[in-house]
Design a protein around this ligand. Structure first.
Ligand code: F3S
Length: 284
């Protein structure tokens, strides 16, 4: 049986970089406490493994004032300037693993707001990445997630407007919202800051699932991006299965398959993908 593993399966560049940073810091720590600002990734096993290695999670709702001073690693989503300054003022050393694509948005927002532009961020206002981006604007940034939010936009006549996007926002929705704002005739600069890692993963999953007679999608039960991958693959290949680990593999699935494809959601570590790949080769 031929097993094809998607190259884009699992961690994107930014998440991989952040997770690697934590493991590197553990190696170097020599007793210095290590914290991550929020869980480094939405994967319980990885977070548990880090916890066992002494890494503690802190965050907005987890006070740090009583903690022993140490290193705080910023995850790929990034944080606001104020949060970063607060940590530094309290004596923590920051190791910034903000994804460079997110960092780029921080810089744009910082510079454009300082130059007097109004900042509009297309994204989910409750997502930590967006909360972080908002916090790099020198003036109050406005977050727009849907058409209803456009109603609440102030009148920007006479002001420059800079529009950016959350990295994981849907491109079509971004385009629609931008077009609606443009119709108002303001002086607008649009910067499409959507990252294509998610789209690349989906395009590859579609391509592979269309060419195989069995397909596995690995990821957390509650991971929406994995669910989306599953839907895409299921459309192309009816024999598609959603699994979390090798324990979920059923030998009945690919008994008569010649080619099986594997992809994985954004929070699935490489070792799980490798284990599944090995098991598929030997079990079926
Ligand atoms: Fe990942 Fe960075 Fe893109 S965290 S999804 S590579 S913006």
């Amino acid at each position: 049986m031929e097993v094809i593993v998607a190259k884009s399966a699992g961690f994107c560049f930014g998440v991989k970089r952040a997770v690697d940073t934590v493991y590197e810091q553990i190696e170097k720590a020599e007793g210095t406490p290590i914290y991550t600002y929020g869980p480094i990734i939405h994967n319980e096993e990885v977070v548990k493994d880090l916890e066992e290695k002494g890494v503690q999670v802190i965050g907005e709702n987890i006070p740090v004032s009583d903690r022993e001073k140490g290193i705080v690693i910023i995850r790929s989503h990034g944080i606001s300037r104020l949060q970063q300054e607060n940590l530094e003022q309290q004596g923590f050393r920051i190791v910034d693993a903000t994804c460079p694509f997110v960092k780029k948005i921080h810089r744009i927002v910082e510079k454009e707001s300082q130059n007097g532009s109004a900042i509009v961020i297309i994204g989910n206002p409750n997502h930590p990445e967006v909360e972080g981006i908002v916090g790099w604007s020198s003036t109050p940034a406005i977050v727009v997630e849907n058409a209803e939010d456009l109603e609440k936009l102030p009148d920007f006549t006479g002001r420059k407007v800079c529009i950016v996007s959350q990295t994981t926002f849907n491109y079509k929705k971004f385009k629609d919202l931008v077009e609606k704002i443009q119709k108002k005739g303001y002086d607008i600069t649009v910067l499409n800051t959507i990252c294509n890692a998610t789209q690349e993963r989906q395009v590859e999953a579609k391509r592979i699932s269309a060419s195989v007679d069995g397909m596995l999608v690995i990821g957390g039960k509650h991971s929406s991006n994995t669910q989306k991958l599953y839907e895409i693959c299921k459309k192309e290949c009816n024999n598609t299965h959603f699994i979390q680990t090798t324990d979920d593999l059923d030998p009945a699935w690919f008994g008569s398959s010649d080619r099986v494809g594997i992809t994985a959601g954004a929070s699935t570590p490489n070792n799980i993908i490798e284990e599944v790949q090995t098991d598929v080769r030997f079990k079926f």
